[in-house]
Design a protein around this ligand. Structure first.
Ligand code: BG6
Length: 517
C-alpha cells in the first residue's frame, strides 16, 4: 500500500510581481445570465474586498430586460449571497460594492442602444466615477450574439479611442470561440473589424487556475525537472478532467458542443501545451503564446481512416452518483432522445518534435464520472536495471509526478523506498505538496485572476488568434468525421463510472492504464 510520507515547507519570502490596474470600468453584456451572476460578479466582489480593483472603478450590467440600477444592484447582492457566502448581504463591503454598479437595458442587435450606452458612459458615469474612459467589455452573452455586440461596439465608436485623451478599450470574449475552425476564423474577422488583436482577450478560465499557472513555475523556475522532461525519461503523460456533474440545465448548448468542443479544443489542449511547450524566451504574453503555438503545430493530426485507434467517445446512461440516482443524458432537458452528442472523450495525442517523439499524451474528459478530479500525471520510465531483482517479486512501479489541478490542489511524486526492517523490502511512497496546508485556505478563483489581468493589459493567460485556430484545426476533423460515422451504441457508459470500456482499451493497446492518484 502506498503511503504519504513527506509534507512540504515553504519560505515566507515570495518573489512577487505585484501590479495594480489603472482606473477603469467594465461593461458586462449578458448581465442577467448565469455566467455573470455565478462567476463574474463574485470574482469582481472578491477583488474589491482584497483592494485589488482600481480606486476608481465601475461595472455596468447590460442586458435586454428593463430594470433600474437599484433592482440590478439588489440582484447582484442576492447572487453574492448565494454564490459566495450567506453573510455577505448588506455588509458594508457589499453596500460599497453595490455603489459601483449600474444597469443599462439594450437589445444586442440595435445600434441605437449602443449610441445611448456610449452617451451614458461618457456623460453620466464618467462624472461619478472618473476612469479616463478606460473600458473593458465582457461578452457573457450566448455565442450567436457575439457578432452583433462586436459590430455595434465598433460602429458606435466604443471600441477604439478617438484621440489620445480617450482611454483604452479591451474586449473579453468567452469560450466557445467559434464551433469549428471556419467559424472561429470568421469570428476573429468580425472582432478585428472593431478591435485590434491586442485589444481582444479570448478567455479560457483554466488558464487562470492557480494550479495551472503553477505548471510553468514548476518546470522553469526549478533546475531539477527540466533535464528529465523529455522522451528519455518520460514514458507517457495523462491528463484527466473528470466531473460528477451532468449537463446541469445546459442541454441546449451541450447538444451543439459535446466534450470535444466543450473541453478538448480549449481546456485540455491548453493543459497539454503547458506540460509540453519549450521554455519561453521571456515571461510575457507573446513569448509564451509563441511557444504554445509552436507546440500545437507539432501535434500530429489524427488519421481520418483509423480515428478509433486514437479517439474514443461516450455518452452517459443513468446510474448512481454518490449513491444518488441520475438520469441518462438523453433524458436531460433540451437533449434529443436519440442524441449522438458525446459527454465523454478520450484521445491519444502524439507530438512530433525532438523532446516528445514517441511519448503518448492520453487525454480524457467526461461528465457523470465516478469522481470529480482534474489532474495531470507524468509517468516516468522504468529503471533500466534493478540491482535487487531477487528481492522483489514483481516489477517496480514507475515514478509518477502528479499535478492535482482540482480539488485538493497540489503536486505529488511517488517513488520506491526501502521499508524499515532487516529484510530488503520496498514499497511505493508519495511525497506531497498541498496548497491548502502550505498556503492556507484561500485560492483565488480563475476569473479573479483573469479579470484583473485584463484590466492590467496583460494577455499572457488569454488565447491568441493563432493558438485558438491551431486547436480548432486539430479538433475539427474529428468532429467532421464523427458527424458522418454515428456511434454504434450510445449511451455506452453508466453514470458513476470512468467512461466506456473503449477508453481503457485505448491505453491497454499500448500496455498502459489510466492513473488515478
Ligand atoms: C466549462 C465547460 O468551460 O468548463 C463545462 O463548458 C465544464 O461543461 C467546465 O463543466 C469545467 O470547469 P471547472 O472549472 O469546473 O473544471
Amino acid at each position: 500500500m502506498q503511503q504519504t510520507i513527506v509534507s512540504t515547507e515553504y519560505a515566507d519570502i515570495y518573489l512577487c510581481n505585484s501590479r495594480s490596474p489603472e482606473p477603469c470600468g467594465m461593461v458586462i453584456f449578458g448581465a442577467s445570465g448565469d455566467l455573470a451572476h455565478r462567476k463574474l460578479l463574485p470574482a469582481l466582489y472578491r477583488l474589491f474586498q482584497d483592494n485589488l480593483l482600481p480606486s476608481q472603478f465601475f461595472i455596468v450590467g447590460a442586458a435586454r430586460t428593463e430594470m433600474s440600477h437599484d433592482a440590478f444592484r439588489e440582484n447582484v447582492k442576492e447572487s453574492l449571497q448565494k454564490f459566495l457566502s450567506p453573510d455577505i448581504y448588506k455588509t458594508p463591503d457589499c453596500e460599497n460594492f453595490a455603489k459601483k454598479i449600474y444597469y443599462f437595458p439594450l437589445e444586442y442587435n440595435d445600434p441605437t442602444g449602443y449610441s445611448k450606452l456610449s452617451d451614458f458612459l461618457q456623460n453620466t458615469i464618467e462624472h461619478e466615477q472618473i476612469t479616463g474612459g478606460n473600458l473593458v467589455f465582457y461578452l457573457a452573452v450566448p455565442p450567436p450574439v457575439y457578432p452583433d455586440v462586436l459590430q455595434n461596439l465598433g460602429s458606435r465608436g466604443l471600441s477604439k479611442r478617438k484621440n489620445s485623451e480617450e482611454g483604452w478599450r479591451r474586449v473579453i470574449i468567452e469560450k466557445p470561440f467559434g464551433n469549428d475552425l471556419k467559424s472561429a476564423q470568421e469570428l476573429t474577422k468580425i472582432a478585428r473589424q472593431s478591435f485590434e488583436e491586442n485589444q481582444i482577450y479570448r478567455i479560457d478560465h483554466y488558464l487562470g487556475k492557480e494550479t495551472v499557472q503553477n505548471i510553468l513555475t514548476f518546470r522553469f523556475a526549478n533546475t531539477i525537472f527540466e533535464p528529465i522532461w523529455n522522451r528519455n525519461y518520460i514514458d507517457n503523460v495523462q491528463i484527466s478532467a473528470l466531473e460528477t456533474l451532468g449537463v446541469e440545465g445546459r442541454g441546449g448548448y451541450y447538444e451543439q458542443a459535446g466534450a470535444l468542443r466543450d473541453m478538448f479544443q480549449n481546456h485540455m489542449l491548453q493543459l497539454l501545451s503547458l506540460v509540453a511547450m519549450e521554455p519561453p524566451a521571456a515571461f510575457n504574453a507573446d513569448c509564451i503564446r509563441d511557444e504554445k503555438a509552436k507546440l500545437f503545430r507539432s501535434i500530429r493530426p489524427f488519421p481520418a481512416d483509423n480515428l478509433s485507434d486514437f479517439v474514443v467517445r461516450g455518452q452517459y446512461d443513468g446510474g448512481k452518483i454518490n449513491g444518488v440516482d441520475s438520469i441518462p443524458y438523453r433524458k436531460e432537458k433540451g437533449v434529443s432522445p436519440d442524441s449522438v452528442t458525446e459527454t465523454f472523450a478520450a484521445a491519444r495525442f502524439l507530438v512530433d518534435n525532438w523532446r516528445w517523439q514517441g511519448v503518448p499524451f492520453y487525454l480524457r474528459s467526461g461528465k457523470r464520472m465516478a469522481g470529480a478530479l482534474t489532474e495531470i500525471s507524468i509517468e516516468f520510465k522504468q529503471v533500466p536495471h534493478l540491482f535487487i531483482k531477487s528481492a522483489v517479486s514483481q516489477d517496480l512501479k514507475p515514478n509518477i509526478l502528479t499535478f492535482r489541478i482540482q480539488p485538493d490542489e497540489g503536486i505529488s511524486l511517488t517513488f520506491e523506498a526501502k521499508r524499515p526492517g532487516p529484510e530488503m523490502c520496498m514499497g511505493q511512497v508519495k511525497m506531497e505538496f498541498l496548497y491548502k496546508s502550505v498556503f492556507g485556505g484561500k485560492i483565488s478563483d480563475a476569473y479573479e485572476i483573469l479579470l484583473l489581468d485584463c484590466m492590467l493589459g496583460d494577455s499572457t493567460l488569454y488565447n491568441r488568434e493563432d493558438g485558438v485556430e491551431l486547436c480548432w484545426s486539430l479538433i475539427t476533423p474529428m468532429i467532421e468525421k464523427w458527424k458522418t460515422e454515428k456511434p454504434a451504441a450510445f449511451p455506452n457508459y453508466k453514470s458513476g463510472t470512468f467512461g466506456p470500456v473503449e477508453s481503457e482499451k485505448l491505453l491497454e493497446r499500448d500496455g498502459r492504464k489510466w492513473i488515478v492518484s
